[in-house]
Write a protein that binds this ligand. Structure first.
Ligand code: GLA
Length: 507
């Protein structure tokens, strides 16, 4: 059944022109998708910017990320609204957290936006309310085979495992909750035996744990559960087309704080993605105006029609590639790297607005501890949403320690919201640089995409830093002391080393 699902998905995705890139090569920029040459572009933009200006990347942002680009339209007032949204949400359910799509209303510059984000840290959850969303989603481990008890079990485990304490907030119900039925007035109807008390009951339960709840639909008529059934019969009409205002108001009234909108029907029908998702964003805003509940809006059209060029002002996050795993497949590091590469759109990203390389597969059966660490580090250096996809109630101690590492999470959640960018690439020995808040602080990922262990050198000049810097190995939690000009370390094949590099001598 699992391989049938995968084959069916692969066949259909090809039929839709989505492709299902193998990502087999560990070389750079190899995913072969339209738009993916951005990987190469990112690297060259950064080196050009750094050497041409010789300026301070703290002010200008690595690779010019904070100047120009679509993210500016979600700027100053958007940032302010995000902070406010978070406060309002805290009042409603005691959960605190992010304002999400309220950034849509914003216009202005990234500088003020950063300020607003910083002010938001005083919010109820003590985290970064305009940071990349953190939580768990049902899809990677359960596919459509979800019901109240499955979601309740994972929500409970988010608390008991310590993920909540580490900053994970959202419990997201993905595809499978709805079989596409409506009543005579067009209101969504659900199978009560799967969801006793309706969808509001699970949202209420999640809120009772001090967490936030997410739900899922499709922008088209028939959702993914119609085209690629996984554990339930094909569900026609499991999309929200023709019902945007009605459905998003319903989700908000049920109590959901996050909504992911997929693209299976939209793609099949040949809809214009920007137009459809703008209409959905408007419907969400209208629902929030009515209920007072903000919803994070997650655009899920797999990088089709270049969402990084239009989604930032209307959403919190937008998928940049196909699925990181298909139901029944084993986790695959090549696909993790392909999705990482496809997400490289640093100028689109700002606090409250994030490229989304997909939900995590950290801790899923088949991944080693080293693969889990590298996967988590790739998402953290990207400032990507951290939505775990493993079974939280049965994860190993190793997996838990990877998902909850506070230094790695802090890199991901940094207030500047920057995406790390490639600053050096010596035949697959790569260096990624993420500018962090504060002065002269960088997160650095040394990624070895070659077939053998190799020494990778990070030159401080490539990070926009002076000659002396102190270096910390993040996973080893070890200060390595002051270094002059550069730092070099051996990195195993297909593995990585995550550093924090701070300008100046070690104290
Ligand atoms: C698409 C999305 C996945 C998941 C499934 C559900 O493939 O990209 O993240 O939501 O649909 O069918």
């Amino acid at each position: 059944m699992n391989s049938v699902r995968h084959n069916a998905v692969a066949t259909l995705l090809f039929a839709f022109g989505l492709g299902c890139s193998s990502g087999g090569s560990l070389g750079s920029g190899s995913d072969g998708k339209a738009g993916s040459p951005a990987t190469a572009g990112v690297g060259s933009t950064v080196s050009t910017g750094a050497s041409a200006s010789g300026g301070n990347p703290d002010a200008g942002g690595s690779g010019g990320a904070s100047s120009g680009g679509p993210s500016d339209s979600g700027g100053a007032s958007g940032g302010t609204t995000v902070g406010g949204g978070s406060t309002a949400a805290a009042g409603q359910d005691g959960g605190g957290g992010r304002g999400g799509t309220s950034g849509t209303a914003g216009t202005g510059g990234a500088g003020t936006n950063n300020t607003a984000g910083a002010a938001g840290t005083a919010g109820a959850d003590g985290g970064n309310p305009s940071g990349p969303p953190m939580g768990w989603a049902s899809w990677n481990s359960f596919a459509a085979k979800i019901d109240y008890n499955v979601i309740k079990g994972q929500a409970d485990a988010m608390v008991s495992s310590g993920l909540k304490a580490a900053g994970y907030q959202y419990v997201n119900v993905d595809e499978g909750w709805w079989q596409g039925t409506r009543d005579a007035s067009g209101n969504i109807t659900i199978v009560e035996s799967d969801w006793p008390g309706g969808m509001q009951a699970i949202a209420t339960y999640i809120h009772g744990l001090g967490l936030k709840a997410g739900i899922y639909t499709d922008a088209g008529n028939d959702g993914c559960g119609f085209y690629y059934p996984t554990g339930r019969p094909a569900a026609p009409k499991s999309g929200s087309e023709g019902h945007y205002e009605q459905d998003f108001l319903q989700f908000s009234k049920w109590g959901f704080d996050f909504v992911k909108v997929d693209w299976c029907g939209g793609s099949k029908e040949g809809l214009d993605a920007k137009t459809a998702y703008q209409a959905i964003s408007n419907a969400i805003k209208k629902a929030t105006d009515q209920t007072g509940r903000s919803m994070v809006f997650s655009v899920c059209n797999w990088g089709d029609q270049s969402p990084w060029s239009w989604a930032p002002p209307m959403s919190t996050m937008w998928r940049t590639s196909q699925d990181i795993i298909y139901y029944g497949d084993a986790p695959d590091m090549a696909r993790v790297l392909t999705n990482f590469d496809s997400a490289q759109h640093p100028t689109a990203q700002s606090p409250g607005h994030f490229n989304d390389p997909d939900m995590l597969i950290v801790g899923m059966p088949g991944f080693s501890a080293a693969q889990n660490r590298s996967h988590m580090a790739l998402w953290a250096i990207s400032g990507a949403p951290l939505l775990a996809g493993n079974k939280l109630d049965s994860m190993s101690r190793d997996t838990k320690s990877v998902l909850t590492n506070s230094e790695v999470i802090a890199i991901d959640q940094d207030l500047l919201g920057k995406q790390g960018v490639k600053v050096a690439d010596d035949a697959g020995r790569q260096v990624y640089n993420k500018v962090l808040s504060g002065t002269g602080r960088r997160a650095v990922l040394l990624l070895n995409r070659t077939a053998s262990a190799a020494t990778i050198t990070v030159r401080f000049a490539d990070l926009g830093l002076g000659t002396t810097a102190s270096v910390r190995n993040v996973w080893a939690a070890t200060d390595l002391g002051s270094k002059a000009t550069s730092y070099a370390v051996s990195v195993p094949s297909n593995d990585s080393v995550l550093l924090v590099v701070t300008e100046g001598a070690s104290p």
